[in-house]
Design a protein around this ligand. Structure first.
Ligand SMILES: C[S@@+](CC[C@H](N)C(=O)[O-])C[C@H]1O[C@@H](n2cnc3c(N)ncnc32)[C@H](O)[C@@H]1O
Length: 213
């Protein structure tokens, strides 16, 4: 499933308010949400991505503010965004940084705001490759690749969901799936992906004692 299909299917869940996309890449998600009337802040660490999206939206009636930013260094406004999209970015940082980013995403959403996240899990082919190629595992499921100077982090299956259900039970997970996805280019390979959509909201009412905590 392409990230954009997931977003299109669940975008009705997003309340009114500003949207943040982290690591926008080709900007498909930002453009889609802007076309639906949302005011989008789109950040990416790469200058060329920012330049390309700016060129594409020039002269169009899309409310997208592009910024070249490193998500790991970003300060997030509290209770501010109606949705935060982080598709295929958490895997490109240390585990501690990815966990910190998730914490910030949770805090930064408005009540009823929606987190859309896709990340690599331990079913990913590259996880097995890194494990067997003697790449140093510098932390749990985290590798540093000297060739690209990049960190790679893989979540356990089910882990992303748990991170949104604890410690405060202040999110409702409305979609979660661990999948194995076949890619045909540049050669056949498989990704292990965790897909999550979670809505910030009051913890569920205690059925036995409705109205009481
Ligand atoms: C695999 S692409 C995903 C693009 C898009 N989100 C999608 O799913 O189609 C990852 C994107 O995240 C950006 N990126 C990687 N690390 C980042 C960071 N620390 N802060 C902001 N953007 C980052 C990359 O430049 C790239 O555009």
């Amino acid at each position: 499933m392409r990230p954009i299909y997931l977003l299109k299917k669940y975008s009705k869940q997003i309340p009114n308010g500003p949207v943040l996309e982290i690591g926008f890449g080709n900007g498909e998600s930002s453009k889609y949400l802007a076309s639906k009337g949302y005011r989008v802040t789109a950040i990416d660490i790469k200058k060329e991505k920012v330049k390309k999206l700016n060129e594409e939206i020039k002269g169009k009636m899309l409310k997208i503010r592009t910024l070249r930013e490193d998500a790991r260094k970003l300060t997030f406004k509290k209770n501010f965004y109606a949705a935060i999209i982080a598709f295929n970015i958490l895997q490109f940082m240390k585990r501690s940084e990815a966990l910190m980013l998730i914490k910030k995403i949770k805090k930064s959403l408005l009540a009823d705001g929606v987190a859309f996240i896709i990340c690599f899990n331990t079913d990913d082919e590259s996880y097995f490759k890194f494990k067997t190629n003697n790449n140093p595992e510098i932390g749990k499921n985290t590798f540093f690749l000297k060739s690209t100077k990049l960190y790679w982090t893989f979540f356990d299956k089910g882990e992303l969901k748990k991170l949104f259900l604890s410690p405060k039970n202040d999110f409702r997970v409305i979609f979660y799936k661990d999948i194995r996805k076949k890619e045909l280019t540049p050669q056949i390979h498989h990704h292990g992906l965790s897909l999550l959509i979670a809505k910030k909201g009051p913890a569920k009412t205690n059925r036995r004692n409705p109205g009481f905590k």
